[in-house]
Write a protein that binds this ligand. Structure first.
Ligand SMILES: Nc1ncnc2c1ncn2[C@@H]1O[C@H](COP(=O)(O)OP(=O)(O)O)[C@@H](O)[C@H]1O
Ligand SMILES: [Mg+2]
Length: 371
């Protein structure tokens, strides 16, 4: 096992006007499960491929376990990769597919057998070893691909959207298995996904990327509760955080968020952070679970807002209300799955403002946290 370090890494493809990855700095600790997440095209795969050696680095340095690896060939980097498409050899059995990498490395035959059997046991595919890939389901194929990586006993696992080809149920199941696998093997893992749920549930830490730039590196909890900017805040969480445009005003020594429809007092808790900000245009960010719609709760909160129900989405354990505040849509999450709400109903809502975030309307920076 090993730690991984990126120092000021850039990648510019010849055909591209701008770098696809810029000034990428990251220290991954030994045994960590680091998730790179971001929208399509933000540079996740490029970053992973530079670490694997499949892609040249334009500028900067990469280290695996203190070894400078910029010029080390992929096969000498002691990594194993798992991709979205399983890339199994159709003519080889599951056993042979898993053994192939070791065989090419001239590993002793009994050692190969030991490792393949052990990996098969961990992945619960022992009964499939004699089968050919076309006799397997998608989920089983992906496990074989994982098995092929595990038998190598590498310093680092690299995974690029390995669950994307699985249906929703299998994806959730395999996600849980990957978490268990990591708890068992403790191998340093760099995992790429565009899916924020995977990032939140699997990562010991998460790197959120946009346009080739790291936006934030933190634990899932920190990313969720203290997003650095509006992009991170909007990307992580489902349904997404609500954003409302308005201005920050200071009146009689108190701060308010103000627009055509609302005037909301900013709680004392957020004031230390915004003190250095000059009043002006901002975005108020509030997560659906922090929009109160229960009358008892709304009553207790200082500022209530009148809204009209546009859509009611029953999810079983949760209900999501799509509310209209004039032009603006705000999503509220309520635990109730009853039929209390109907489209067109008017109701009063209120925001748990102490949980809200304020973002600079120009830069998107979160101005309500002290970093
Ligand atoms: N081989 C390549 N040649 C030129 N441009 C590329 C190549 N691979 C990726 N890119 C560009 O680099 C950017 C990042 O791509 P990629 O790393 O694949 O993003 P992601 O994996 O986050 O979807 C995109 O704009 C993409 O078009
Ligand atoms: Mg990709």
């Amino acid at each position: 096992m090993a730690d991984v370090s990126f120092k000021h890494v850039y990648k510019q493809y010849r055909s591209e006007p701008r770098p696809s990855v810029s000034d990428f700095n990251l220290e991954i600790a030994d045994g960590e499960f680091m998730v790179l997440v971001g929208p399509s095209g933000c540079g996740k795969t490029t970053t992973l491929r530079m670490l694997s050696g499949l892609e040249e680095i334009s500028k900067g340095e990469i280290y695996i376990g203190n070894k400078f690896i910029n010029y080390v060939s992929p096969k000498d980097r002691d990594i194993a990769m798992v991709f979205q498409n399983y890339a199994l050899y159709p003519n080889l059995s599951v056993y042979e597919n898993m053994a192939l990498g070791l065989k090419l490395r001239k590993t002793a035959r009994h050692e190969i057998e030991l490792r393949v059997k052990k990996a098969a046991r961990i992945l619960e595919i022992s009964s499939l070893l004699e089968k050919k890939p076309n006799q397997l389901s998608g989920g089983q194929k992906q496990r074989v691909a994982l098995g092929r990586a595990i038998v190598r006993e590498p310093e680092v696992f690299l995974m690029d959207e390995p669950l994307s080809n699985l249906d929703a149920k299998l994806r959730a199941q395999t996600r849980a298995e990957l978490i268990r696998l990591h708890q068992e093997l403790r191998t340093t893992t760099v995992y790429v996904t565009h899916d924020q749920t995977e990032a939140m549930t699997m990562g010991t830490r998460i790197v959120v990327m946009k346009d080739g730039l790291i936006q934030q590196v933190d634990t899932p909890k920190e990313i969720y509760s203290r997003p650095r900017n509006a992009f991170v805040a909007g990307f992580i969480g489902s349904p997404a955080m609500n954003f409302i445009e308005g201005t920050l005003i200071l009146e009689g020594g108190r701060y308010y968020f103000h627009n055509k429809r609302v005037r909301l007092g900013i709680p004392e808790k957020l004031v230390p952070a915004i003190k250095s900000v000059k009043p002006g245009r901002i975005l108020l960010g509030i997560r659906p679970e922090h929009v109160a719609s229960e009358p008892e709760v709304v009553q207790r909160l200082p500022d209530s807002i009148s809204a009209a129900i546009d859509i009611v989405e029953h999810m079983g354990s949760d209900t999501f209300l799509y509310l209209k505040l004039g032009e603006q849509t705000v999503i509220a999450r309520t635990g109730e799955s009853d039929t209390r709400f109907e489209q067109g109903d008017k109701l009063n809502i209120a925001f748990h403002m102490e949980k809200s975030h304020l973002f600079d309307a120009e830069t998107g920076d979160n101005i309500s946290i002290i970093s």
